[in-house]
Write a protein that binds this ligand. Structure first.
Ligand SMILES: Cc1ncc(COP(=O)(O)O)c(C=O)c1O
Length: 359
């Protein structure tokens, strides 16, 4: 697939410099078409029948397989979820942490992780890394780990600064299980989740999938209690006894019946990505950072991932002004920062438009 062919999948790029995949990836013809075709079929043939149900039962494992390949884990480790945040909730609920336990996190996490941590009975210890050089994160997080630490919960790529965190090194150094928020890594940079105890991702961002799609990798499904069974959790159940046998793998943590149309859209999304996606996204991110650094204070250090955050006197006003000039970025509330997301589809012209609009 050439660069031009890859871009042509996303009609929005004909009009806008769409630099907001950290929120939602651009919508493609293929994904929108697969969703629409399934909805049309439901209209004409009825929402469900035996043949459609059997097809669904085949498609669901295909989606699971694609997530497993993406994350470099066995398919038995994958649960299908609606979002990164839901994956965090599945883990925090299932770990049964108590008041004497501690969880270590950072001051730069998304609410999708912070919310589940905040309602857990464990004490949350927050490593203050936001204003430090990225290289100091490891030591600063380690300093919060103690004998009561039951979990280290943090992002692979921070949504505010775009910096990568050394979760593997932290796990190796402490032996403490890690919950990795992969919302800004899956599909953006190469991911190997095989050493993570828990790794949770979204598909609506860098994978350009439909809304409300994601997965959770659980390395050892027996290490986590199934706190909220869905219909899909059981292998068999006994109505008379009101009991059930869960699936053996992490599919016991599947949270819902993904809609048929969304399943079709997800399968289409996994086929969008060219081989060269990570190299191209890294190039675009580096160029974006360099161009912005000539005009603004860029807080993202070089060589991390695909988010580039820069300071603006009035971030909301900057976002509005850029949108008027055909450039879509977002403000990060409470930080004074604007964030540009660079994907494998981002062209040099998109970035030139960004800096021209900044003035
Ligand atoms: C680092 C991070 N974690 C979690 C989330 C929430 O993702 P989801 O809506 O899939 O739960 C986001 C979304 O922006 C994010 O950037």
């Amino acid at each position: 697939m050439t660069f031009d062919e890859a871009r042509a999948q996303f009609p929005v790029l004909e009009r806008y410099a769409y630099l907001n995949a950290g929120t939602f990836g651009p919508m493609s013809h293929a994904v929108a078409g697969a969703i629409a075709a399934e909805q049309q079929r439901a209209l004409e043939e009825g929402r469900i029948n035996r043949a459609v149900f059997l097809r669904y039962l085949e498609d669901r494992p295909r989606v699971r397989e694609r997530f497993a390949q993406l994350l470099g884990v066995p398919v038995e480790s994958i649960a299908l979820t609606t979002s990164t945040s839901e994956g965090c909730n599945v883990v925090l609920n299932g770990l049964d942490l108590g008041p004497g336990d501690e969880v270590v996190t950072t001051d730069s996490e998304h609410f999708g992780l912070i919310g589940p941590l905040a309602v857990s009975p464990a004490t949350v210890r927050v490593a203050r890394i936001r204003d430090l050089p990225a290289a100091d994160a490891n030591e600063t997080i380690l300093a919060e780990v103690g004998p009561r630490t039951k979990l280290i919960a943090l992002s692979e790529v921070l949504w505010v600064t775009g910096h990568r965190l050394p979760w593997r090194e932290l796990r190796d150094a402490t032996g403490v299980p890690v919950l990795v928020d992969g919302a800004q890594s899956a599909g953006a940079i190469p991911v190997d989740a095989s050493e993570a105890d828990f790794y949770t991702v979204s598909a609506q961002k860098w994978l350009c999938g439909p809304d409300l799609t994601g997965a959770l990798s659980v390395r050892d499904p027996d290490s986590l209690r199934l706190a909220q069974p869905s219909y899909l959790s059981q292998r068999e159940y006994d109505l008379a006894e009101a009991t059930f046998e869960p699936h053996e793998g992490a599919d016991r943590f599947d949270t819902h019946f993904t809609p048929l149309s969304v399943t079709a859209g997800l399968l289409a999304a996994f086929d969008l990505h060219p081989e060269w996606r990570f190299e191209r996204a890294a190039e675009a991110s580096a160029r974006c950072r360099a161009l912005l650094a000539e005009r603004a204070e860029v807080v993202t250090e070089p060589g991390h991932a695909n988010l580039v955050a820069f300071r603006a006197a009035d971030p909301e006003a900057t976002v509005v002004r850029l949108a008027e000039n055909g450039v879509i970025v977002r403000a990060l509330p409470g930080t004074g920062l604007v964030r540009a997301s660079c994907g494998w589809w981002t062209s040099d012209e998109d970035l030139d438009r960004l800096v021209a609009a900044l003035g």
